[in-house]
Ligand binder design. Structure first.
Ligand SMILES: [Cu+2]
Length: 476
């Protein structure tokens, strides 16, 4: 709960009550702010797996410091990729301010090429809009641009590089503008989830930002099962802010509950427009706030409902690759992997499986290969489990047209519960992680004892390292 603590520390930092405040639990502070004190600040937003950006007061403004830079990021255990982001994170750290704040954001460019920061939907002066070549000169490598504005809006906003391919490398972040007083009905928990997608070819660590077939789909920079579940108390009122900036639209679905869409990327919607839903299509460059009472106990999936967005690292020809004696080479050198073809197009027979998910001719050659006995695939046996587990399939499986579908891609033999264990996964059903991939996390609606147990485990969690570039010691 570092995010929440940082936020509250900032809120109280300039007051005399800091020492007293830090002795109270953040959960207690949150309950107090949400329920007992009318007309006070809303609860802070928690962005699972993404830090909050600290600030300091300087010359009458809340001053933030964002550093655009290359980032090494682990999407799931063992899959470290080269993204571009801010302050060591993609998506970048979440910025939280209050309506009416004077805000200054220093943007340093540590990338090898120019960039510019756009404040999506902000009603600010034109020279603060961050449109490169139009409202400002691009920020050169090693350069800096200082953005400053007074914010009169409230809602779920975001920031992003306005260089299109840089967006597809990860360069965006949430920008929450809290209203002066919490909206009614007030929420007990408030979460943000940023939706992103990458096309990362076999044997590559760098996303192909030109590819339109995505094989890594993330919530807050993690693919399930590495996403951190949302932990709530039974009967909490919950807000989740869904932010999408990529190439695809994502129908995000919540199990077991009915929610209302209460806001968009432009702010709060009037209550008269709310209607019941359990899936919201979050289009590109949109944000939706959903709210509901978590009145149904249990562990509930929340996920993008596009089937391919519930998978990790899809590649064509997986079937043949799993068959003994019929292995397929996959992955090319970087030049061809990035789309510079020496022969054929990306989905032609020559390149078929090497360039990721295949279509057309690539699929045809996959169909031509008959299924043989399953030999097991390297990497499917997970640490500590010993022998390669066998999926449950019927004896005549290979005679059934269409087999296999999920038999070797989902299931308890894919589980990595231990590798992704954290306080928020405590008490999940054993083997759960074999069924969680892509844009997926859980809403865990917990009875008081289990909620308190997880809160206790969170307090024991070692404090994450300070973000690079955060030089202010009192925010460290
Ligand atoms: Cu999706």
């Amino acid at each position: 709960m570092k995010n929440r603590r940082n936020f509250l520390t900032r809120v109280f930092a300039l007051g005399a009550g800091l020492a007293a405040f830090t002795r109270r639990s953040s959960a207690e502070a949150e309950r107090t702010s949400a329920r007992a004190r009318p007309g006070v600040a809303p609860v802070p937003v928690v962005t699972p797996d993404v830090p909050d950006l600290p600030w300091r007061m300087a010359d009458g403004a809340k001053e933030f410091h964002l550093i655009a830079e290359p980032v090494k990021q682990e999407l799931v255990p063992g899959r470290v990729v080269d993204l571009w982001g801010y302050n060591g994170s993609a998506p970048g750290p979440t910025i939280q301010v209050n309506q009416g704040d004077r805000v200054r954001i220093i943007v340093d460019n540590h990338l090898p090429e120019p960039t510019a920061m756009h404040w999506h939907g902000f009603e600010v002066a034109n020279n603060m809009d961050g449109a490169p070549g139009v409202s400002q000169d691009p920020i050169p490598p090693g350069g800096r641009y200082v953005y400053e504005f007074t914010l009169h809006q409230a809602g779920t906003f975001f920031y992003h590089s306005h260089l299109a391919m840089q967006e597809m490398m990860g360069m965006l972040g949430a920008f929450i503008m809290h209203p002066k007083e919490a909206y009614e009905p007030r929420v007990d928990k408030d979460f943000a989830i940023l939706l992103q997608e990458y096309a990362i070819l076999p044997n590559n660590s760098v996303p192909n930002s030109m590819n339109m077939e995505f094989n890594w789909l993330t919530f807050n920079g993690k693919s399930a099962p590495a996403t951190t579940p949302l932990i709530v108390r039974l009967n909490d009122r919950v807000r989740v802010r869904l932010i999408n900036l990529g190439m695809d639209h994502h129908p995000v679905h919540l199990h077991g509950h009915t929610f209302m869409v209460t806001g968009t990327e432009a702010g709060r919607q009037p209550q008269s427009t709310w209607g019941p839903k359990n899936t919201v299509l979050v289009g590109v460059a949109e944000a939706y706030d959903i709210e509901f009472v978590a009145n149904n106990p249990g562990d509930w999936m929340i996920h993008c409902h596009l089937p391919h967005h519930m998978m990790n690292q899809m590649a064509s020809m997986v079937g043949p690759m799993t068959r003994g004696g019929m292995g397929m080479p996959a992955g090319l050198d970087m030049e061809r992997g990035m789309g510079i073809q020496k022969q054929g197009n990306a989905t032609s027979q020559e390149n078929g499986p090497s360039l990721g998910r295949g279509l057309g001719a690539g699929s045809t050659s996959e169909q031509a290969v008959s299924n043989g006995p399953m030999q097991g695939m390297p990497g499917m046996a997970h640490a500590g489990h010993g022998a390669i587990p066998t999926p449950q399939v019927s004896e005549d499986a290979n005679r059934v047209p269409g087999f296999p579908q999920d038999a070797f891609m989902e299931g308890s033999m894919m589980a990595m519960d231990e590798m992704v264990r954290k306080p928020e996964t405590y008490g999940l059903r054993p083997g759960w992680s074999g069924f969680a991939q892509g844009m997926m996390t859980f809403l865990r609606v917990l009875p008081p004892d289990l909620y308190d147990k997880i809160t206790e485990l969170q307090k024991q969690k070692p404090k994450p390292q300070a973000m690079p570039g955060m030089e202010h010691p009192h925010h460290g």
